[in-house]
Ligand binder design. Sequence first.
Ligand SMILES: Cc1cc2nc3c(=O)[nH]c(=O)nc-3n(C[C@H](O)[C@H](O)[C@H](O)COP(=O)(O)OP(=O)(O)OC[C@H]3O[C@@H](n4cnc5c(N)ncnc54)[C@H](O)[C@@H]3O)c2cc1C
Length: 351
Amino acid sequence: MPRIAVIGGGIAGVTLAWRLCESIRGTAVHLFTGEPYRRTDASAASGGLTRGFEPDPDLCMEASASLAELQSDPVLRAWAGYRETGSVYLMPALGRDTAELVDAVRRRVPDSVELLDAERLAARGAFRDLPEGSVAVVERRAGYVSPNALRDRLLVEIARSGALVIDGRIESVTREGEVRPVGGPPARFDVVVVAAGAWTRTLLARTGLPDGGLRTKTIQYVLTPSGPGGAGAFVDETTGLYGRPYADGRALLGLPTDRWDVPPGRAPADPALTARVLDVARARLGYVPPAGKAAAVTAVAAVECYHATGALSLRPLVPGVYTFTGGSGGAGKTVLAASRTAARSLARSLR
Ligand SMILES: Cc1cc2nc3c(=O)[nH]c(=O)nc-3n(C[C@H](O)[C@H](O)[C@H](O)COP(=O)(O)OP(=O)(O)OC[C@H]3O[C@@H](n4cnc5c(N)ncnc54)[C@H](O)[C@@H]3O)c2cc1C
């Protein structure tokens, strides 16, 4: 019986292992989750913004296929803690492919998406002082999920399906497909997939394996004591601001960072970035924290794995050894489709 090892207990590794259990019968799947009780991974920190539209055509196909699967499956929606807040993706101008991509999202998720100019978006109330010529892709059937909750639920499903779920870190992986757990006996596999997110590079480097161009970068957002209201989940490319409603009337708001090549795990928050987020939120959304509550703004920062393509996908390193990482701040919305594609490709490789 062929043996597959998936290394990494984040949303990428867990969803891939779940797909493998569903799609490859007669295969022994072993999932090595890392340290589940001290999670400092991207999946635990993720904002979970989920929509069908992305300006990059490949990412748009993955995001809309993932959203279509979520929309068609109430069980998956419950497992993922899906909240339908609507989504706005604001761009400085109409891109060359935008109209076609909007049509592609429309085909996969009907009655959801429309393209608005700045004037029509501003008339809806949430956004202000929009740059002339800017356009927005507005989705009704989109919002956010909890990658953390989905991963926890899928871990139960994987164990139920008879696959082995093994807690604890992997020390190294060899070119020959040998997996060496910390403090445990090594084991040989026909296929090894390293899905250890921001830790992937270091793990591969221990045995001189190439990493295919992976990098790490900090992502930081703030949780505010109240919300701007009405914006739903949004990305504003004209300022970089993104956000969504959070529990108890609060909001999650963020701006991109430029902190590259940092060690994996929880990251120190940058107070200057927190201040910038509040400045931009005031200008774009008219949001100001209530008087006396500015101290209740808290920052969350964690490290993510990036790849030049921006996509979570299966990448061969040497025969039988792959990575499945590189979500680049967006795998929460693409992981369902990306894991399906990856599992199919692994099934073909084992035939
Ligand atoms: C702050 C933040 C906000 C985000 N917001 C969004 C968003 O709004 N929408 C969206 O679509 N995406 C978002 N993302 C991106 C998305 O959450 C990530 O792409 C996704 O969670 C990455 O999952 P992963 O499984 O690749 O990595 P991780 O979640 O980092 O998981 C890697 C796992 O590997 C394990 N591991 C590490 N080393 C080893 C080892 N040696 N042996 C075994 N296991 C090991 C770790 O314990 C960990 O569980 C965000 C990311 C961050 C950091």
